[in-house]
Design a protein around this ligand. Structure first.
Ligand code: PLP
Length: 400
C-alpha cells in the first residue's frame, strides 16, 4: 500500500462536498451503460440539440483557425453583443469593460465569490439552492447562512427572513430567479422588497439569471440590477447553456462595476485564462442570430411543465407547487417518508431517489442535495414519451 493517500489533501478540498447531483448522475450513467432502460430525469440541461446556425459558426471558427488564446475577459465582439443583449432585453446598461466572459456561468459565479468573499465573511443563500453555491463559498473560506423556504411559500423567502439573516459579517446575498431546483420566479415587486432590506448596507448581490429565458406564465423576468440605487452592488451572472442548449460549450458571463470585473479577470487569468475561443464565436452567433430558437424550446418546456404538474400532483405522497420557470419540478415527498414501499423503508429523500432508480429505473435528484430533505428534483428536459413513462413508473413505485 502506498503511503501517499487522501490524508495529504488540503483542508480546503476536504471541506468541499462532492456534488450530490453528479454522484446520482454517475450511478444513473452506470445503470444505463449496464443496459438498464432508465428514464433519466436528473439532468440539468435541455434535451434539444444546439441550433445549427450556432454549430456552423463554430465550424467556421475552426476552419479559419480561430483556435488561439483570446483576451482573458473574452473577445470584444462577444462582450459588445452581451452589452447589447443586456440593454435590449433587460434594460441594463453595461460597457464591454464591465463584462467578463467565463467558462460557463459556473466559473463566472465562482470568480465573483473568490473576488469578494474573505475568510469568515457570510454569504446568504436561500434554500433550496443550486448545489454549487455553498461549496463555492467553502472554497473561498466563507460561511454560508442559509434561509429556508418551503413549498407552502412557493419556495420564496420573505424580506423579514432576509433581514434576520444579516449580520455585520454579511458580504453577499445570492439570488437565483428562476430557481434551480424549484422553478420559482420572483416578481419585480418581490425582488424590490428584498432589495429594500439591503439597499443601505455594504452587501453585494450575485443575481444568477441563467434561466431567465425559461419563464412560462405571466410573470416577467426582473433583474435587481434594474434598481438603479442597487446597481453598483449587483453582479449579474448568466450564460448561453440553458437558453440556447449549449451546456457543453461552456460560455457564461458576469456583468458588474468595472472594479469587480477587473478583479474577477485577475482570478480567471491565473486559473484558466479565456473561455474556449471556438465557443466564444458560437456564443456570439447565438446572441446575434435568430432568437426564435429560444422561444421554440420554451414552448415545448411549457407543455411538459403543465403535464408534469398535473400528473405529479395526482401521485400518492407527492405534493407540488406550480413552477413558473426553469425546467424542474420540485415536489414534496414528505408523505412517503417513514413508509415501507415494496419492502424498502424510506427514511429520507435519498432513500426514495435510490429506490426509484434501482427498482423502477427512474433517475431523479434527492432534495437534500439542494438543502431540502423531503423533496425530489425532477427535470422535464426530456421527451414527452419519456416523461409519460417516468410518471407511470413512479405511480407503480408508490403503490402500497
Ligand atoms: N446557475 C444555476 C442555477 C445552474 O443550474 C447552473 C447549471 O446547472 C449554472 C448556474 C451554471 O451553468 P453553466 O456553467 O453551464 O453556464
Amino acid at each position: 500500500m502506498s503511503d501517499f493517500n487522501e490524508k495529504f489533501l488540503s483542508a480546503r478540498v476536504k471541506n468541499v462536498q462532492e456534488s450530490q447531483t453528479l454522484k446520482v448522475v454517475g450511478k444513473i450513467s452506470k445503470m444505463i451503460k449496464d443496459g438498464y432502460d432508465v428514464v433519466n430525469l436528473s439532468v440539468g440541461e435541455p434535451d434539444f440539440p444546439t441550433p445549427d446556425f450556432i454549430c456552423d459558426s463554430a465550424i467556421k471558427a475552426i476552419n479559419e483557425n480561430f483556435t488561439k488564446y483570446t483576451p482573458n475577459n473574452g473577445i470584444i465582439e462577444l462582450r459588445k453583443a452581451i452589452s447589447e443583449k443586456l440593454l435590449k432585453e433587460n434594460n441594463l446598461s453595461y460597457t464591454p469593460e464591465e463584462i467578463i466572459v467565463s467558462t460557463g456561468g459556473k466559473q463566472a459565479i465562482a470568480n465573483v465569490i473568490l473576488t469578494l468573499c474573505d475568510k469568515d465573511d457570510e454569504v446568504i443563500i436561500p434554500s433550496p439552492y443550486w448545489v454549487s453555491y455553498p461549496e463555492m463559498v467553502h472554497l473561498a473560506d466563507g460561511k454560508c447562512v442559509i434561509i429556508k423556504s418551503d413549498i407552502d411559500t412557493n419556495f420564496k423567502i420573505t424580506p423579514e427572513q432576509l433581514k434576520n439573516a444579516i449580520s455585520p459579517k454579511t458580504k453577499i446575498f445570492i439570488l437565483n430567479s428562476p430557481s434551480n431546483p424549484t422553478g420559482t420566479v420572483y416578481s419585480e415587486k418581490e425582488i424590490r422588497a428584498l432589495m429594500d432590506v439591503i439597499i443601505d448596507k455594504d452587501i453585494f448581490v450575485i443575481s444568477d439569471e441563467i434561466y431567465e429565458h425559461l419563464i412560462y406564465g405571466e410573470i416577467k423576468h426582473f433583474s435587481p440590477a434594474q434598481i438603479l440605487e442597487m446597481k453598483e452592488k449587483i453582479i449579474v451572472c448568466n450564460g448561453v447553456s440553458k437558453a440556447y442548449s449549449m451546456t457543453g460549450w461552456r460560455i457564461g458571463y458576469a456583468a458588474a462595476p468595472e472594479w469587480i470585473i477587473k478583479a474577477s479577470g485577475k482570478i480567471q487569468s491565473q486559473m484558466t485564462s479565456n473561455a474556449c475561443s471556438i465557443s466564444q464565436k458560437a456564443a456570439l452567433s447565438a446572441f446575434m442570430g435568430d432568437q426564435s430558437v429560444v422561444q421554440t424550446m420554451k414552448n415545448e418546456f411549457a407543455k411538459r411543465r403543465d403535464f408534469m404538474f398535473e400528473e405529479i400532483n395526482k401521485i400518492d405522497g407527492f405534493k407540488t407547487n406550480y413552477p413558473d420557470g426553469a425546467f424542474y419540478i420540485f415536489p414534496s415527498i414528505k408523505g412517503l417518508i417513514g413508509k415501507t414501499l415494496h419492502g424498502v423503508k424510506i427514511n429520507n429523500s435519498l432513500d426514495f431517489a435510490t429506490y426509484l432508480l434501482e427498482k423502477y429505473h427512474v433517475g431523479t435528484v434527492p432534495g437534500d442535495a439542494f438543502g431540502a430533505d423531503g423533496y425530489l428534483r425532477l427535470s422535464y428536459a426530456d421527451s414527452m414519451e419519456n416523461l409519460e413513462k417516468a410518471i407511470k413508473r413512479i405511480r407503480e413505485a408508490v403503490k402500497f
